[in-house]
Design a protein around this ligand. Structure first.
Ligand SMILES: [Cu+2]
Length: 169
């Protein structure tokens, strides 16, 4: 997920600099042609210029929107037999990264680890005093009962990947 965002940022920057350089090149050409009339002015179709610029700007806006306003996907736990249960896939991070549960009811998070990266082999819930090893391609349930409303962060063993549990009334 992070890698994809990074690639997209690079892509937008490339498109942006391409537009910037083509615009300045066009300006230079025009200046040059007014001073020395022996050079023939090459006029690109206006529609092409507008199309390229509009396309580039749209891409940049989309990227900006994604970076600034896209929120982590939140999922409500489903209750069965009094236990609030949700599956969290561990693959380059935690998905869903935000789970919403109710206060005072047991919670069971089923961590499914698909990522062989040793970075993700442990998951820590400091607020609930939980440190759990996650075996690869296995579902590992983690259970606790949140008694206080709030946002509780969890992370991998080294604190590089994060997720959160939102406890509501
Ligand atoms: Cu880690």
């Amino acid at each position: 997920m992070l890698k994809i965002k990074f690639l997209n940022l690079i892509l937008s920057l490339t498109v942006f600099s391409a537009i910037a350089s083509s615009v300045s090149a066009a300006e230079m050409k025009e200046q040059h042609s007014t001073r020395s009339p022996q050079f023939q002015k090459i006029e690109q179709p206006l529609a092409l210029k507008i199309g390229l610029t509009a396309g580039g700007l749209a891409l940049i806006s989309a990227q900006l929107w994604w970076f600034l306003f896209s929120k982590p996907k939140s999922q409500n736990a489903e209750t069965s037999d009094g236990v609030q249960e949700v599956s969290i896939t561990v693959d380059g991070g935690y998905s869903p990264s935000l789970v919403t549960v109710k206060r005072g009811q047991p919670v069971r998070l089923n961590f499914i680890r698909r990522d062989p990266n040793s970075c993700l082999e442990k998951v820590l819930f400091p607020d609930f005093h939980i440190a759990q090893d996650l075996a690869l391609n296995t579902t590992t349930p983690i259970e606790f009962t949140p008694q206080t409303v709030g946002n509780y962060q969890y992370s991998c063993g080294m604190g590089m990947f994060h997720g959160a549990i939102a406890v509501e009334e």
